[in-house]
Ligand binder design. Sequence first.
Ligand SMILES: [Zn+2]
Length: 1172
Amino acid sequence: MFGYRRNNFTWNGTLRELEGSYPAICTERGRSSMTASPSSSSGLEVLLSTLQNAGDVESTLNILNILDELLSAGTDRRIHYMISKGGSEALLTALVNTGRSFSPNYTILLPLLHLLAKVGHRDRRIGMKAEEAGAVLLTLNLLRHNVSHARRAAACLWVIQVFSTSVSTANLIGENQGLDVIYRLIPHYTTKHLHTIKASINAFAALLCTRANVCLVVSKGYISGLLRLYEDWHSKDTEHVAVAIRHALLRCLHKATHCAAARHALVSHGGIRLLHQTTQTCLLSKSLECLVEPSVQLMRKCLPKTPLLLTSDQSAYSFPLPGRPHAFPDIDIPLDECNEESDDEDVEDNQEADSKDYDDDLESDLNKIRLRPDPDRPKELLPPYSCLCPELSHDFKELNLSSEPEDSSTSSSSSSDEDTVLLSSLPPHSSRRDRRKSTARSESSNSSSESHSETETSTERHTPDAVPLEARDFHSHSSILSTSPGFRSKVREARGEASPGQTEEEQDDDEEAAEESHCHTMIDRLLERHGACVPHHEPKMYHAAATKTKSIPGFSILAFPDFWGHLSPPGHESMAPRRPNIQRKKVFEDVQRFLNTDDIINQVVFDLEDSSPQDPSDRPDSLRFFSKFESGNLRKAIQVRRYEYDLILNADANCSQHTQWFYFEVSNMVADVPYRFNVINCEKSNSQFNYGMQPVLYSVREALEGRPHWVRTGAEICYFRNHFCPARGRRRTTFYTLTFTITFKHNEDVCYLAYHYPYTYSALKAHLNVLQKSVDPAKVFFRQQILCCSLAGNSCPVVTITACPASRGWKDLHQLRNRACIVLTGRVHPGESNASWVMKGTLEFLCSSDPVAQSLREAFVFKIIPMLNPDGVINGTNRCDLNSEDLNRQWCKPDPVLSPTIYHTKGFLYYLNSIGRTPLVFCDYHGHSRKKNVFLYGCSVKETLWQSGSTVDTVGLKEDPGYRTLAKTLDRISPAFSFNSCNYLVEKSRSSTARVVVWREMGVLRSYTMESTYNGCNQGIYKGLQTGTRELQEMGMKFCHSLLSLTKDMKALYSRKLINHINMDHKSHNCFEDDEPPCVEEIEYSIDCPMLKGTDLDSDVNSNMDSADGEEESDEGHKGAQQRRGSVGQSQQSSMKSRLFPHLITEASIETLNEKRNTCNGVNITDGQILS
Ligand SMILES: [Zn+2]
């Protein structure tokens, strides 16, 4: 029960009871005009109906007052309830009825407009309703007649602002000169009627949601007018009493500049300079702080678009595809004049935008989810894949020999570095097939000698005859040595100067031989002097592997870190703290480029496409860049200021997109100077670089001093949308800047910077060879084979790892041949080098002497294809293969010619299926750029149907819950793993990924994508730390551990003796946050226009009645304005909803009102109870 007392009206009870008490509200005349039948309507409906029909002032005022009381007391839910009961329409009708008369009664009209503003602000369809009721132009007319009545004008302006949320309403007002009327209400600096001025600016801003209105505003010169107004208020408002007006003006400019013409107008009228100057002053005063962010955002948004300094947006690397014309012209997309550069116009028309409860991307049809498509090829093509199961046909003769370690050249269980697979019955693509065959044959015929030379000395070279595939030889390190002064003299001593970028085609054999021998001398000396110290890495083996790697540009130089090896630095690396307002600072520096051109150098210092040798003496003080090596990606470096460089990344080969991965060499630095680097053509809309992630750096100097580490580095890191656009075509593409600052430790060092720890194709090949040498062939069956060749002719390795049988006895061989298969793949996305480090951990663990590894080998046969996209990795692409396709979207129907690795992996899986050896587990290793931790994506019919909102009854649906076992186990044993980040949904957009196809077509229940973060963890014992290669490799090992949960050997899994470092309960188990919270600073500037909050409008409306002397006050004194400052400037949470008529309420009634509030906010009364 609640009640309140007013002079002329007493009422105790709920709204429902109003039906019995409306005689108290309405006078006789009002009651007689009532039409609604109380028996069929709720109290609210009666009130609304009475409001529309009552003609007498007192009844109407009473009703308005009751409504306002009710709506003010609780949450927005009450207002929404009222809207659903036709509240907006009732108010609009009352407005039209009252406002239509020749001399409207403002005693009613004013509170009516106030209530309409509050309610309408929360009604998404208010614009349309107002048009239907004929209230739009009526309100505009009321405004016209009351331009000198500050209070009435303000009320009209709020309503106009609210109506303008609809595009068509805003256009209607614009067409009827509403913009001019309102613009004239915005004066130069004054202390009077600040409320009305603010209301004018906000109404004006609201009208700018449509293109037509913005065009009007631009053509009438209002943009420069608004700028001058802002300047005037800024310079004269020295006491900061009108900050809210200045804020509103900025907001208004924001709204206008969603349109390109308005942005041009702002720039051409000196807007950037004005904003820059005013912001400098704002930064000095705490009370002006709130103006800084909108000013900076406005500058960002209006900076003229600058095309990237490229001749073509197409990748610098192109590759002729079989059967396709070799031409990739830039496509100049014809631009719709209107759409140019404007991403976000007319966005306010959100009347249709109903929130969706369910994900459209999920399949809701049970049959479609389960549908198993027919195989994509005939059965006859499968038998050749039998050679990829050497363990099934191997006779293990050597087991009967002695137990002495065998000579590696004769050992057959771990023999040549790559056995050959001859897939003779491939589809008829003769040219490719022939080439593949010949590749295979020649590698086969030389395999033993090759393996010998590679693993033993590396000094012998295969003659061109022995390697028919025009293998590029790598004369490693000359570039490193030539740029590293410590070794320059040595190089000169050994030979004359050679330009680092020179390719071998330009050299004759003699020269090549000389180069080669020199190179080996250098390598030997280097190794002799500094020694290599990285486990499972042999520089010479890396060099040997790299000589066979084929790249599009014909790399002839090795990057030092790949050659020398990387060792995890001791200790953990914390995520980088983000300094407050770092983005603002960086944007300010970028804006200054535009205003202050004095210190701008803008000099290209590196260009991947420019083959002419760089002369370092040209720019002795500039950094030097280089990226023409395996996995390297830097297309251009431009020195902007003395210590600042813009970097442009190379798009994926044969296309113009997917920039993210980078890896390049930088040298000629001065120690202890902060250098700012800006990667200016990133494409993703947000990045972990905004959440504590740092790029990685490798210093050659440090490595030679015994610290061969990739380390996380960089300060002042942030990622935000910039003002660059593509050089040609695709104008609507937006780019983002990744900026970071690095202070190098040593003068004239040679350093490497990368997006993430690099792991090249040659590194994989070398690593497999090292592993092969490391295993005990009497125990471990380790076999490297070639799955197929990539488009560019690089072999795609497939590795078999299992335990040798205890004997050649029938029983042991039978056990071997019935072991379950585990198929692991990785690195289909070249930029996801983290996947390779996890795979490295898996491979090393499976080859180790660890007892768990032995158990796993005895239980399973592992088939591992560690790198599904060799060409992409080699050529430094981020996402695609050379055919510019995402290989992980090809699994449904992979093309044998264009996507050979996927075609043959799938073929091999079909084969396993056909011989009854369907894998127990399939897992494809990936990296995830937007999330933290490591997690699995799997496939579940039930979970997908639940999430999709399908009507299928899932209770009776049977599904093996085994798909969750691995994730549950990993969550317990692996610190980086997060069960809460896993999901098992089958998205339509993922229907051609490995995980879904292997699950659906091969019937593999446990088919996963394993995603590893690039950044770090937000849970568990690694919380707050960035992952290093140690943690990634550990993850690869833990994944193997988790496979134990699928064996009878479950005990071993939880035995501390067997598995070290398991901290059983390291999890908090309460982290459901897998997506990042909104960034502290806006990354995008197009959507940032600060929304006006309903509460702001409420407090403005409420204060329109603050002073005691009614509405006719026409000249507020300076004193009045001062009283108001607080409310103009702040959002006033406390008074967010007060009453329309506070001055009418007596002291006594305020008491009862407070009592009522308390009751309302108590537990017993819900909104519904009160209102219905
Ligand atoms: Zn991926």
